[in-house]
Design a protein around this ligand. Structure first.
Ligand SMILES: [Mn+2]
Length: 338
């Protein structure tokens, strides 16, 4: 955050404001953790603030302190709209384009108050007067820690703030293993633990939340795994029938694709999930190293994303989709085995 922006925010927060804090749609641990941490910080400073989430989010995030005060724009629509109409400042966290907030977009676009963006994604759009945008950051939670430091208030980080920030840094770094995890990230996390963050309990609350159905579905997925050593590739399929047999619930297949990459020598992992209702096969791609799944998904499966994580879809049947996928690999043999 540059000095001018820091000065501008300090100026804003030197007056009593009515502040709306917004995470992206389908908020994850970093989105909920960062918005709640900022909410605690601003309320502790005597500001009037509210977090408004565009829609609902998983149960394993709902233990976070302050969660009961989050408004759900879909469920508490009129109350949320009232708060937005009264707002004098809007903070948007963990996204950088108003297209990422679903139905809230049109309501916020019409708002003539200062916006403050805190975010670590590529290519920010220009809706915010004050921008703290940095793609090198591990997480928006790390940035909120920095923000509080810019405000000169690191010593005011409470146990509640520490727990929220720890959660977002942990989830967005894959428990401190992704490339974006720096020495600074660890120093911040160390400070959060010193301030009381309950790291062991947080891991347990976020990650140890399986249902028997989900574990059995994982067993089915792993049994279906096809390993193509010659392409250093592994893929998983799940048919609609298999999903139904395991009482599939939204989110149950989250993370399954990564298991392929835990095989020694495998650098490209894919999961194909049949969706009969939409008549498509949903696909997730993951890679280790330089092989760009973003380019692969864009070229063949109407998708895209990041270099090492992307999504896509296919209108073919599950079987035809995997046959097509396998037929493509020969063209990538050099890249995959380099
Ligand atoms: Mn994030």
């Amino acid at each position: 955050m540059n000095l001018e922006s820091i000065k501008a925010v300090k100026q804003l927060l030197s007056q009593p404001q009515k502040i709306v804090i917004v995470p992206h749609k389908n908020p994850d641990g970093d989105a909920i953790g960062s918005t709640l941490a900022l909410w605690h910080y601003l309320v502790d400073r005597g500001q009037e603030a509210v977090v408004i989430a565009p829609n609902d989010y998983p149960k394993f995030l709902k233990w976070m302190p302050g969660n009961e005060n989050i408004l759900n724009f879909e469920r508490e629509n009129s109350q949320a709209k009232e708060k937005i109409a009264e707002a004098t400042v809007v903070f948007t966290l963990d996204f950088n384009h108003l297209g990422r907030i679903g139905q809230m977009q049109s309501v916020l676009e019409d708002l003539a108050v200062p916006f403050v963006m805190i975010d670590h994604h590529q290519a920010p759009s220009d809706y915010a007067e004050i921008m703290y945008s940095d793609v090198s950051m591990s997480s928006t939670c790390e940035m909120v820690y920095n923000f509080i430091e810019f405000m000169g208030d690191v010593d005011k980080i409470s146990l509640e703030i520490a727990n929220c920030l720890y959660t977002g840094i942990m989830t967005d770094t894959g428990s401190f293993k992704f490339r974006s995890t720096t020495g600074r990230t660890h120093r911040i996390v160390a400070d959060l633990i010193d301030k009381g963050a309950e790291n062991t309990q947080i891991h347990h609350r976020v990650y140890d939340t399986n249902t028997p159905g989900r574990l059995h579905l994982l067993g089915c997925a792993l049994k279906n795994m096809v390993i193509l050593d010659q392409y250093r590739t592994a893929y998983i399929t799940l048919s609609q029938e298999e999903l139904d047999a395991h009482e599939y619930q939204k989110g149950d297949t989250e993370g399954f694709v990564n298991y392929g990459l835990t095989l020694e020598g495998i650098i490209f992992a894919v999961i194909f999930i049949e969706n009969k209702e939409e008549g498509i096969v949903k696909i997730s791609f993951r890679s280790i190293g330089d092989f760009s799944v973003n380019e692969f998904a864009r070229a063949h499966f109407e998708g895209g994303g990041h270099n090492n994580a992307a999504g896509g879809k296919s209108d073919r049947s599950l079987k035809e989709t995997t046959l097509f996928f396998e037929s493509l690999l020969v063209n990538y043999k050099e890249q995959l085995t380099a």
